[in-house]
Write a protein that binds this ligand. Structure first.
Ligand code: DNO
Length: 358
């Protein structure tokens, strides 16, 4: 397993690459051109400049999270072919600098959704929280809460320009079924996966977060059966998964270690995040330690380890500790993610030793 760290780029993150190097065991930087809107052309010079910089600091730049998918592709509009062409062009450019995995999602309108960005935990830290009853009929409420509380940080998936067209977007998705969304995803994959195979770049879809439909929008990557359907759309190792424990975790019926054992050869990127699920279905993000929430992180890592998983892994969201909530991107607490790295490496090291490795 190759430990990585998500970094939002020079001037767009509250930590530098030199500082990230102080966290033991981090080999690669998960990056993106965060200024790019979905469907925009990624210029070779910008890609090269970013990866050169990451590599100059001793990290690999093998993973991009994300190259976002334009809504016209998800909607299956005639204009999708134009955006797919741009996407293919980006895949080819990323291959030139040695990118191996592209993480993306196929969630309509929103990426992850929460009702509170800074919910207090009993230990005095705070974290992202999802309260079922706080989801109103009006999605604008949610947008206002997120964008109104994220300070100066950009929030991938919540781009103000896109959110300004919320009504239009909702109208466009009106009546869309899961089957139609799957069809649109299949159309997209059928066009891009042959290119990925030729250029050796693996696609890794991120599950829907939370793992259920919201505001009447279909969400199709949320449990074992949906994942199985997804993997059958284009049956190639190049069409794989970003297996996110924190996205699947709020549905307690999701047995994540089993999902890893069943689909391990199609998992290219592991996101490790822990959530505590309350009896009424609300959930809050907690430390990576298994005992603190409902994701048994030890069993998750063991499932990867048992099958010799050699893919990329990263601590996902972290709580905001020691008053850092005003200085870090919501959900991306620096201290807690660093603690998460060490917790995971502790487990991985001990699994290695038991197996007789080093
Ligand atoms: C949340 C992230 C997601 C992820 C996208 C991938 O913090 O894990 O926003 O990057 O869904 O496209």
């Amino acid at each position: 397993m190759q430990m990585t760290w998500r970094w939002y780029g020079e001037g767009n993150d509250s930590i530098t690459l030199d500082q990230i190097r102080q966290i033991p065991g981090v080999e690669g930087i998960v990056w993106s051109l965060h200024q790019k809107a979905a469907g925009e052309v990624w210029e070779m010079a910008e890609i090269q400049e970013t990866t050169d910089y990451i590599q100059s600091k001793g990290f690999h730049a093998d993973i991009v999270e994300s190259v976002n998918i334009h809504d016209d592709i998800k909607l299956g509009l005639p204009s999708r072919d134009h955006y797919i062409k741009i996407y293919i062009d980006t895949i080819k450019k990323l291959a030139k600098v040695g990118v191996k995995v592209i993480c993306y999602n196929f969630m309509p309108v929103f990426d992850w959704t929460r009702t509170d960005l800074y919910k207090a935990l009993p230990d005095g830290s705070n974290a992202l929280f999802y309260e079922k009853n706080a989801i109103t009929e009006d999605p604008q409420d949610m947008v206002d809460r997120i964008l109104g509380n994220s300070g100066d940080f950009t929030m991938p998936g919540w781009e103000p320009e896109r959110m300004a067209k919320l009504d239009e977007l909702f109208k466009a998705y009106e009546g869309m079924t899961e089957a139609q969304l799957f069809d649109n995803l299949k159309y997209f994959l059928e066009k891009i996966i042959p290119v990925c195979e030729a250029y050796d770049v693996k696609m890794a879809i991120h599950p829907d977060d939370p793992p259920w439909p919201i505001f009447g929008l279909p969400r199709i990557i949320r449990d074992r059966d949906h994942i199985k359907t997804f993997l059958g759309l284009v049956d190639s190792p190049y069409s794989g998964l970003t297996l996110c424990t924190g996205s699947l975790g709020p549905n307690l019926l999701n047995n994540i270690p089993d999902i890893i054992r069943e689909f391990g050869d199609r998992i290219h990127f592991a996101h490790i995040r822990n959530v505590k699920v309350f009896e009424n279905g609300d959930f809050i993000e907690v430390s990576h330690r298994g005992k603190d929430g409902n994701v048994d992180v030890y069993e998750v890592l063991k499932a990867y380890h048992d099958q010799g998983f050699n893919g990329y892994i990263r601590p996902d969201h972290g709580r905001h500790l020691w008053g850092e909530e005003k200085t870090c991107r919501p959900g991306y607490g620096l201290y807690d993610r660093a603690l998460g790295v060490m917790y995971m490496l502790g487990i991985i090291d001990s699994l290695d030793k038991r197996k007789g490795g080093n």
